[in-house]
Design a protein around this ligand. Structure first.
Ligand code: R5P
Length: 295
């Protein structure tokens, strides 16, 4: 097995390689003045199983193109099997059509990966398993999904949130809080997020939950603008929660996100390292290495 960290995941790819007892072979990479990427594989991949480790944020379009170029190059040089390990997969949220003419970008991305030679795709906390079930049959690429939520919940349990209440900002993420609650105890519930399909604006239906005098954690797959998380935190604080942590797998953290969370009263912000940020205190390297061992 040849482990190839891409430009977006040099550190994570090297840790995964080390856990597997392999040498890491990061690609040779630079940016041309016009912004295009130069990529060269640094290992002989002929007849090998090649694991490309490349997350796709920040700067999703560039990171995705780099991944496609890496895959196609590995295929050109005779790789036997190509496993794309993409901890955060850009475009995974665009998995349904709400209006006529809308792109089903998640489907497009799977198709591009497949056309570039990827046999297996490893993703952490995919946005919707249900959508994957609908879209995967259109492709021959094998998608493996892992979840960082149990290890994030374990971190919280060991760091002051044992027995805390788990809340999802949306019913669509119910599976996440069910999993978290199994680790932390404390029960779970969800609010409801309603999206205007024309403007994309969302509103949140805050339900009554039993958090008065308790600690709680809001779990989401992604924090981007921080708006969803901030509304959920405020909903819990307004109902008397004493401490609320904001936890997610993928911390995209667009400008202003941290301020929104702080203003809403977040007592802790925690994320995994699918996207490297100062809040990435939980690593998914072991999760990925264990899965690769099983393939
Ligand atoms: C959306 O469906 C996701 O699960 C997240 O809730 C969303 O991406 C968070 O975005 P933001 O931080 O911009 O509210």
């Amino acid at each position: 097995m040849i482990i190839v960290p891409g430009p977006a995941s040099v550190k994570l790819g090297s840790i995964v390689a080390e856990l597997l007892g392999h040498e890491a072979h990061p690609v040779d990479h630079r940016l041309f003045p016009d912004g295009e990427s130069y990529i060269r594989l640094t290992a002989d991949v002929k007849d090998e199983t090649v694991v490309l480790v490349q997350t796709t944020a920040p700067d999703p379009d560039r990171k995705l193109v780099q991944l496609l170029v890496m895959a196609r190059t590995a295929r050109d040089f005779g790789a036997r099997r190509i496993i794309a390990c993409v901890p955060y997969l850009a475009y995974m949220r665009q998995d349904k059509r709400f209006l006529k003419g809308e792109a089903l970008s998640f489907d497009v991305v799977l198709g591009l990966l497949e056309d570039s030679g990827v046999d297996d795709l490893l993703v952490v906390d995919l946005h919707s398993e249900e959508s994957l079930g609908m879209i995967q049959p259109r492709h021959s690429i094998m998608v493996h999904t892992l979840s960082a939520i149990p290890i994030i919940a374990m971190y919280l349990k060991e760091n002051g949130y044992d027995g805390a209440y788990s809340l999802s900002p949306d019913v669509g993420r119910k599976d996440i809080v069910e999993a978290a609650s199994k680790v932390m105890g404390g029960g779970f519930a969800f609010f409801e997020k309603i999206r205007d399909k024309h403007t994309g604006e969302t509103t949140m239906k805050v339900k009554d939950v039993d958090v008065k005098g308790r600690k709680a954690v809001v779990f989401d797959d992604i924090i981007s603008s921080g708006g969803t998380m901030a509304r959920a935190i405020k909903g819990l604080k307004d109902q008397g929660a004493v401490k609320v942590a904001a936890a997610c797998t993928h911390a995209l953290f667009m400008p202003g996100a941290e301020e929104r969370l702080s203003e809403a009263g977040a007592n802790l912000i925690l994320a995994s390292d699918t996207v490297e940020t100062p809040y990435s205190r939980v690593t998914i390297a072991g999760l990925i290495a264990d899965h690769l061992r099983s393939l």
